[in-house]
Design a binder for this molecule. Structure first.
Ligand code: 5GP
Ligand code: ZN
Length: 118
């Protein structure tokens, strides 16, 4: 069920515009509005799950999100060089949107992840 105040539910519904990258029955992939790499795509389950922990309780959808992430990397042509899949969870990870989403990052050499500036 869509959540009224959820930004990504609104994006999935088309109420807020986004740049589509890939669509499946259960997932939606679109370009991040503030890209942190040459390729930065977000993959969301179409149904609302607050975070990775909630999504893990729906293992089929979790698998679909990861499969779509890999399919996005192939479609974007970044699979051979390598890419990163990330779920941010909670404050220390800087998570801002409370609808589980997988970041697909690549298209250039990525820094080591961890502390700010890395
Ligand atoms: P988080 O920090 O929660 O893991 O990631 C949220 C991501 O959503 C950020 O990378 C941010 O740039 C992206 N984002 C926030 N609002 C919008 C929006 O309205 N449209 C798109 N396409 N991306 C958004
Ligand atoms: Zn939502």
């Amino acid at each position: 069920m869509p959540e009224n105040d959820c930004l990504f539910c609104k994006i999935i519904a088309g109420d807020i515009p986004s740049t589509t990258v890939l669509e499946t029955d259960t997932t939606y992939a679109f370009r991040d509005i503030n890209p942190q790499a040459d390729v930065h795509v977000l993959v969301v389950p179409r149904t609302h799950h607050e975070d990775a922990e909630a999504l893990a309780k729906a293992p089929r959808e979790l698998a679909d999100v990861i499969s779509t992430g890999v399919a996005v990397a192939k479609q974007e042509g970044i699979d051979a060089a390598g890419f990163r899949l990330v779920f941010n969870t909670g404050e220390h990870a800087g998570r801002t949107v409370f609808h589980a989403h997988l970041h697909v990052l690549g298209g250039e050499q990525l820094g080591m992840f961890g502390r700010p500036g890395h």
